[in-house]
Ligand binder design. Structure first.
Ligand SMILES: [Zn+2]
Ligand SMILES: [Zn+2]
Length: 406
């Protein structure tokens, strides 16, 4: 049996006796729980897309319980509606803070012939006791110096970390120290010095990414349009295959962020959202439209970055162009959630239908107002739904277990 089939979930009400298992059951069977009518049933195989509840006709969740996602989906929709309407703050809070320059702060390994004091320092670093590392007596060994540098970085002491990496490199060539020092120099805007270090930092992803990121930062700072196509393709070659994982950096994501920041703070080097009524220059608009095409992926996170950027720049027509279809898709997904077709969450389904009508009329403010009570519901916030059996309690995941026989 595939290992992905192995998880079982027990659902239960916090007020009455209602409970059910979801997941593989002994001997070619599968326990499911209809999130609409809240009845348990046993099937011969895990439900696939389109399989419906024999009691109420609602779609059955495939494998894992879906209702735990409801609040997160509502939160995403609310944030996109906000940005579409000109207030990107909720969406900006949801978007991941992707590191611009990557480093490696893993503790160095100790060796059997290390003196006790050095082993203590390396163990303190592994435990995360940064202050103990910094208090230790000086030790000229490259790993002890690396430990010192790492502790400084963990405590946010960049200058001291830079000095410590200098000391590590004075002992001899060290690819990790090159990577770490290169990342610190790049964060300080010293892209040329950073590139010299990164050239000696090996072929690992972090080193290649930092190269690409230095190139893109320098190009965006130097110009007033999109970086030259040759610079973009060099950065792509350095960064390698772009990851679609939501919080990983990619060339397209970084270029977009840098261009939005540059547009918000021309010359001044500090971020500033536009005042109401202020609009961006046509040149900025053209550049950012071109930058949209540089995104490698079309995930929720990528499209949300674009909506948030336009919204922060006060270009609400552009925010609507990207945000309206995204909000409609999110609402379609939500309205298709099995839990919303049951009696327990009728109010939420009705609110979403109202919101959807407002979206279709181009009114994100009204749509957001319609879903506000749903978003404020305490049980959804705790990843639970009202219990249909008692009408008073709420149902949530009580435990997660591995099925027997795996
Ligand atoms: Zn109950
Ligand atoms: Zn049902």
């Amino acid at each position: 049996m595939a290992s992905s089939n192995g998880t079982r979930w027990r659902l239960s009400c916090d007020t009455c006796e209602a409970s059910a298992w979801v997941g593989p059951a002994p001997v070619d069977a599968y326990d499911v729980w209809c999130e609409a009518c809240q009845n348990a049933m046993r099937l011969e195989a895990p439900p696939v897309a389109g399989v419906r509840c024999v009691r109420c006709g609602a779609a059955l969740p495939e494998r894992s319980p879906r209702f735990v996602e409801l609040w997160g989906e509502l939160q995403n929709l609310d944030a996109v509606l906000g940005a579409w309407a000109g207030d990107a703050s909720a969406l900006v809070t949801l978007l991941p803070e992707r590191p611009r320059f990557l480093t490696d702060l893993n503790p160095p390994a100790s060796r059997d012939d290390d003196p006790a004091a050095r082993r203590d320092v390396l163990e303190a670093l592994t435990r995360g006791d940064w202050r103990a590392v910094l208090k230790a007596a000086p030790d000229g060994d490259a790993r002890a110096l690396s430990a010192h540098a790492i502790a400084c970085e963990r405590l946010g002491q960049s200058d001291a970390a830079l000095a410590a990496w200098n000391a590590v490199l004075a002992c001899g060539e060290d690819a990790r120290a090159r990577l770490a020092r290169g990342a610190l120099l790049a964060r300080a805007g010293r892209f040329g010095d950073a590139a010299s270090d990164l050239a000696l930092a090996g072929d690992r992803f972090e080193a290649r990414w930092n190269h690409a990121a230095c190139r893109l930062h320098a190009a965006v700072l130097a110009g007033d349009g999109l970086p030259e196509p040759s610079e973009l393709s060099r950065a792509r070659a350095e960064a390698g295959e772009p990851s679609s994982y939501w919080s990983d950096p990619t060339v397209g994501r970084l270029v977009w962020s840098l261009l939005v920041e540059r547009s918000l703070a021309p010359e001044r080097g500090q971020r500033r959202d536009l005042a109401p009524g202020e609009t961006i220059a046509e040149r900025t608009r053209e550049t950012l439209r071109a930058a949209e095409a540089e995104f490698e992926h079309t995930t929720f996170w990528d499209r949300s970055m674009i909506v948030a950027g336009w919204s922060r720049l006060g270009a609400l027509d552009e925010a609507a162009r990207v945000g309206a279809p995204l909000a409609r898709e999110l609402s379609t997904t939500l309205l298709g959630e099995p839990a919303l077709s049951g009696p327990a969450l009728l109010e939420v389904a009705a609110a979403l239908a109202t919101a959807r009508s407002a979206m279709d009329l181009g009114d994100p403010v009204e749509a957001r107002r319609a879903i506000a009570p749903a978003l404020a519901r305490e049980e959804l916030r705790r990843f639970r739904i009202p219990c249909a059996a008692c009408g008073r309690g709420t149902v949530g995941i009580e435990e997660t277990a591995e099925a027997a026989g795996e």
